[in-house]
Ligand binder design. Structure first.
Ligand code: PMV
Length: 350
């Protein structure tokens, strides 16, 4: 009945939100729905080795070791411990196993790219593999929904890293199947132009995040603009439905850039307040705006809760945009560093 031991490896991507998740309730329930492009090159590869523990030690704590890029990492253990605590209710077999977790990222550790989405979704998928071994015959749909559900409990945005393409997390009245508990693939028609969109990530500041997302989400409690912001996210997601169907890049740009600036304006207007952009972030935004105006190429930016800039554009303009980036934007990147990515197909078992 019980699987004695085994191992599994999942590769799971990062994602970039178009409508942002910022603010949450108890139990990692989002204050508003969000939508993201799943990325392709920025990913975590995680191996979970598991072996069954003898009855006697069942009541002790979680038994696991964590290795990051081949080295035992103590400072990561509390995060995983907390994750195990949160998911134990839904994975009652966890204490019955001894685990070894090995993880690595395709992007440099100090790139300012958050690895929580790719890292947490990869661990969630590995745990679901074990669950599937214990309960053979599990439906594919259950597997991916519960993976997203568990990933959400690790890090909210990680719920959007299981499926590929465009992914929605959070209840929205006009999006059938949408849920606060897990993410789903965007269930409507998507114009070809958005199917292999490019995301070139300009690394403006590779340092530690100034504000952790936990602190950031908390700042939305009692924020004077919170309710309006949450309503706006619902409206922007609504507006995106026809935009994504018709390939309307003009409207797409308005929504996406406004979302990024609103995310930052929420942090500028909270108490305590933060400015997470750097001077170079603004230089890049202004350059993108004037380039778009002179060339008519539908390139735009989005931001996470940090200074790095994601440059989003259709595949057919790649050569031109990379030329623009190399000629005009690279000077604003730390050590001239940027990462080329694009929309990807979602997590894969290796
Ligand atoms: O998943 P978290 O709790 O680290 O939150 C991430 C929030 C943003 O990246 C800023 C926006 C988003 O929707 O991904």
């Amino acid at each position: 009945e019980y699987k004695a031991s085994g191992e599994v490896t999942w590769q799971s991507p990062s994602n970039i939100a178009l409508v942002k998740y910022w603010g949450k309730k108890e139990n990692q329930i989002p204050a508003n729905p969000s939508i993201s492009f799943t990325l392709d090159n920025c990913q975590s590869t995680t191996t979970l080795k598991y072996s069954r523990i003898k009855e006697a030690s069942k009541t002790s704590g979680f038994d696991f070791d964590f290795y990051f890029e081949g080295k035992a990492k103590q400072d990561f253990k509390p995060k995983i411990f907390k994750f195990f605590e949160r998911i134990e209710k839904y994975c009652p077999y966890l204490r019955e196993y001894k685990f070894e977790i090995h993880s690595e990222n395709s992007f440099p550790h100090s790139s300012g790219i958050a690895s929580s989405a790719s890292g947490m979704s990869a661990i969630a998928l590995c745990i679901m593999h074990l669950e599937k071994e214990l309960y053979p015959g599990m439906e594919k749909d259950y597997f991916s929904k519960k993976s997203s559900f568990l990933a959400r409990l690790g890090s909210g945005s990680a719920s959007r890293s299981i499926d590929g393409g465009l992914v929605v997390w959070g209840e929205h009245k006009n999006i059938p199947g949408s849920s606060n508990e897990y993410a789903i693939p965007f269930p409507f028609e998507i114009h070809d132009i958005f199917k292999n969109y490019r995301d070139t990530i300009l690394l403006v500041d590779k340092g530690e995040k100034q504000v952790s997302s936990t602190v950031g989400h908390d700042l939305m409690h009692g924020h004077p603009f919170a309710e309006n912001r949450f309503a706006q996210a619902h409206e922007n997601l609504d507006k995106l439905i026809p935009v994504l169907k018709h390939g309307d890049t003009t409207e797409f740009i308005k929504i996406v850039e406004s979302e990024a600036l609103t995310l930052h304006s929420m942090m500028m207007s909270s108490l305590p307040y933060f400015i997470l952009m750097k001077p170079n972030t603004l230089e890049i935004i202004n350059k993108i705006w004037s380039y778009r105006e002179t060339t008519g190429i539908p390139v735009c930016f989005t931001l996470d809760a940090g200074a790095n800039v994601h440059v989003l554009y259709p595949e057919n303009h790649e050569t031109k945009i990379l030329e623009f980036i190399n000629n005009e934007l690279v000077v604003y990147c730390q050590n001239g560093h940027y990462i080329c990515d694009q929309v990807g197909g979602g997590a894969k078992k290796l």
